[in-house]
Design a binder for this molecule. Structure first.
Ligand SMILES: Nc1ncnc2c1ncn2[C@@H]1O[C@H](COP(=O)(O)OP(=O)(O)OP(=O)(O)O)[C@@H](O)[C@H]1O
Ligand SMILES: [Mg+2]
Length: 597
């Protein structure tokens, strides 16, 4: 229950819904008791009237008595009908307040979790898989909603019903009350028991459902690979296996669910039998009227649902608490990429790495060791090196997706950790190595994160990334919708949309992480040449495998296993035999042999 305390702030926020809801429940329950009393009166009236009816055989009075009797029964009928309608009305209002409150809280909680997710650092996303993140915001929140809505509603209902009905029953007859209530605790307990089994099995089903959908999703998005490798049969087989697991679990659940109603019905039946039996003894002994038996049967029926719900509520609360615990675990995850000083200043674009080392916290891999270099605003730097040498890690550190383990990154002579993070990031145009496009139009992908960008700026960015010709060929031009993750574009086109997205922001610092790997050298050169124009007053970090991209930069760093092995200008580096020179010779030869490489 302590975990659920997190919800209290919301209950407080919507306290009027809760208060009104409680009032409606009490009123609805009062109207529930009225018919029971009226039924007793009618029974007693019928019995009383019939016993004296025959005394007046042949008298005028018999007719009068009969009329009076019919009228009274009619009045009773109307009272029962009106109370039922009023009870229904108040039950409607009760749902309209409490269930509505639960939906409002669900909405708030989802927003809270999502907003919190957005603040968390990249390392958090590496640790937790997407399925888990999604489950907490959907499954777990809906379980918590069950607590706020139905559990609280039926909980209040149960309490008020007990407070109203049970004392009333005792006031009529203690013995009959005790007997008719005997089966109810059993009912409550067995519902709790059965419901726990149902919950456990439902969870298993959910698990296998999510396994099934992950499988299907992967099979569909990887359909190219599956077809190319002729693995369809194999996948059919695997799907059948996962599907079979789902079927088996569903049938197991169906079995327990089928026990549910017979159990309730059996125990209620038992209660009714006891009421009739003990009641009849009371009638024979002259302590009770037949009306009392009818009345008690109604009470027992009225109490059945709340008592049943007691078991149900308990298990809802249990699983809500478990869900909230999981949610709290994520909500308490802190963003460790924060800035204490939070200095917001105009970014000019000087970058300095001072003895920076970096170890990836999750894998323990030392990606960078003792890296020092600096780039002045407006200059360009190329980072070149073998795969896994730490190039992308440098880009990550400049964007402050991670903080260095040792050493310091500075922007404009101020520690990156003292800058306001969003301000720095707003001034960086980052083209990540693995392109990610959203399933929106090309235009939306390019203007992404930049509100209303003028068509002029978009066209300029498109031209600089050498996309104009490609886009003109699409019938819908810039409005062409990209499939999921930009599936409708070629690899090189995707990379160039990603470049356009970075330059449309007109950033002070431009980071191009291997962003031209999927285009041929000719296109690469034409893009880089046109980009020279926009690189003029921006600091540019070009990460690449290719010497051809690196040679454009004012300064080149050669990385190997996280260390800088060479640095200098292109001319300096090829003037002596070294890693860069070797790489240059190799790549230039290859290019000469095959100009399309
Ligand atoms: N998110 C991560 N978590 C843990 N280790 C990582 C992560 N990203 C990279 N690494 C490790 O850090 C090292 C440097 O990786 P990095 O991505 O910087 O290389 P790179 O030079 O960009 O390589 P490539 O040219 O293939 O893109 C590698 O050994 C890699 O295994
Ligand atoms: Mg990389």
């Amino acid at each position: 229950m302590r975990d659920l305390a997190h919800i209290n702030k919301y209950l407080f926020k919507y306290k009027w819904y809760l208060v009104l809801g409680t009032v409606f429940i009490i009123i609805a329950n009062l109207f529930g008791v009225v018919p029971a009393v009226v039924v007793r009166q009618s029974f007693d009236l019928i019995q009383g009237s019939f016993s004296i009816f025959h005394w007046f055989d042949g008298f005028e009075l018999q007719k009068n008595g009969y009329d009076l009797f019919v009228k009274s029964i009619l009045v009773f009928g109307v009272i029962i009908l009106v109370s039922a309608v009023l009870r229904g009305g108040f039950m409607f209002l009760m749902r309209q307040t409490i269930i509505v409150m639960s939906r409002l809280i669900e909405f708030d909680l989802k927003n809270e979790i999502y907003a919190h997710y957005q603040t968390l650092p990249l390392s958090f996303y590496r640790k937790n898989n997407t399925g888990d993140l999604m489950n907490r915001i959907s499954e777990d929140v809906s379980k918590v909603r069950m607590y706020i809505g139905p559990a609280i509603m039926y909980g209040i209902n149960l309490a008020t019903m007990f407070i109203i009905v049970i004392p009333f029953m005792f006031s009529i007859n203690v013995k009959l009350t005790l007997y008719s209530l005997i089966p109810l605790p059993f009912l409550s307990f067995s519902i709790y028991f059965v419901n726990n089994i149902i919950n456990k099995r439902s969870e298993e089903i959910q698990e296998s459902q999510s396994k099934l959908s992950t499988f299907v999703q992967e099979a569909f998005s990887g359909i190219r690979v599956i077809k190319a490798f002729v693995r369809e049969k194999d996948y059919d087989h695997k799907f059948e296996g996962t599907s079979e697991e789902y079927r088996h679990k569903s049938l197991k659940l169906a079995f327990v669910q089928s026990l549910f109603f017979p159990l309730i019905m059996g125990l209620i039946g038992l209660s009714v039998i006891l009421t009739v039996y003990i009641g009849s003894e009371g009638v024979l002994a002259g302590e009770l009227s037949t009306g009392n038996i009818a009345e008690f049967i109604i009470y027992v029926n009225m109490l059945t649902w709340p008592v049943t719900s007691l078991g149900w509520i308990t298990s809802i609360i249990q699983s809500a608490a478990a869900s909230q615990r999981r949610i709290n675990e994520f909500l308490s995850a802190k963003n460790d990429i924060i800035s204490d000083k939070n200095i917001k200043q105009d970014i000019v674009g000087n970058i300095r790495f001072d003895k920076v080392s970096f170890v990836y916290p999750d894998s323990g891999i030392k990606a960078l060791e003792d890296i020092s270099f600096s780039v002045k605003a407006g200059e360009s730097i190329a980072i070149i090196g073998t795969t896994g040498s730490g190039k992308s890690t440098i880009a990550n550190l400049i964007c402050r997706l991670y903080d260095p383990t040792n050493g310091e990154v500075q922007i404009d002579d101020l520690k990156l950790t003292d800058h306001q993070i969003s301000n720095v990031r707003q001034n960086i145009g980052y083209v990540p190595q693995d392109v990610f496009l959203f399933s929106e139009s090309i235009r939306d992908n390019i203007s992404f994160g930049n509100g209303k960008v003028s068509d002029e700026r978009i066209d300029k960015a498109v031209a600089y990334s050498d996309l104009t010709e490609n886009i003109d060929r699409f019938p819908d031009g810039l409005q062409t919708m990209l499939g999921e993750r930009g599936i409708t574009l070629s690899g090189g086109q995707k990379q160039r949309v990603s470049i356009a997205r970075a330059i449309v922001r007109e950033p002070k610092i431009l980071i191009l992480d291997d962003c031209l790997s999927a285009v041929d050298t000719k296109t690469e050169n034409s893009i880089l040449n046109s980009m020279k124009k926009i690189m003029v007053d921006r600091t540019t970090v070009i990460i690449s495998h290719r010497v051809s991209s690196a040679q454009l930069a004012d300064k080149i760093i050669v990385l190997d296993e996280g260390k800088i092995v060479e640095q200098g200008t292109h001319a300096e580096l090829i003037s002596h035999e070294g890693v860069y020179k070797t790489l240059y010779d190799k790549q230039i030869q290859k290019e000469e042999a095959d100009p399309l490489v």
